[in-house]
Design a protein around this ligand. Structure first.
Ligand SMILES: Cc1cc2nc3c(=O)[nH]c(=O)nc-3n(C[C@H](O)[C@H](O)[C@H](O)COP(=O)(O)O)c2cc1C
Length: 175
């Protein structure tokens, strides 16, 4: 397999990060990869907000935990009790309009770029709960945009996480 296919095959959701900050050159490479995603009619209907402020991430984590529905709260408690898994870096992808598909492709560029750089990462929709707080919304989400999704990134506490099993029955070949 080539390097791209290997990166795709090795990506997995990391849910425990060390305190080590992500180097700026890696942060910038990931943010650039986000912008290189395709979009319908090349509208690029997104803004990428790169949060490197660990104290802010921790603050939003604590607030977000108070906003979760019961099932999500129990799930996160079962994973160590931290909504953002101690990640030192969070990319928030904000959308301009109903653009989840475009922002989803951005998201995958981010996860694959991070994986290729040896970083753990996990897509985090539950981060949306932190934006129930207007002050976070005003500070982080640009005017005219709304939260689409986030990706948490950092160095894994337990390297060698495993990719999920694939179900080849999900592929149909015609011809
Ligand atoms: C749209 C989307 C939202 C997700 N939101 C969360 C989340 O809030 N928290 C979390 O821990 N994982 C989240 N995940 C990660 C999935 O749980 C994970 O991708 C799935 O279990 C498959 O595991 P894998 O990523 O290791 O292959 C999300 C994934 C996607 C695609």
């Amino acid at each position: 397999m080539n390097e791209v296919l290997n990166t795709i095959a090795n990506r997995y959701s990391c849910r425990s990060f060390t305190n080590q900050a992500v180097e700026n050159d890696k942060v910038e490479a990931i943010a650039l990869a986000a912008l290189q995603a395709p979009s319908a009619v090349n509208k690029q209907p997104w803004q990428i907000i790169v949060i490197k402020d660990k104290a802010l991430i921790e603050e939003m984590d604590a607030y977000g935990m108070t906003q979760l529905d019961e099932a999500s709260y129990q799930r996160i408690m079962g994973r160590g009790g931290k909504l953002f898994y101690n990640a030192p870096l969070m990319l928030v992808i904000a959308k301009n309009g109903n653009k989840d598909l475009d922002c989803g492709i951005v998201t995958q560029n981010v996860t694959l770029a991070a994986t290729s750089l040896g970083l753990g990462n996990v897509v985090c929709a539950l981060a949306g709960f932190a934006f129930n707080n207007d002050s976070y919304k005003k500070r982080i989400i640009p005017e005219g945009y709304e939260f689409a999704i986030s990706v948490l990134i950092g160095y894994p506490t337990h390297p060698n996480g495993k990719a999920h099993e694939v179900d080849l029955n999900k592929i149909t070949y015609i011809g």
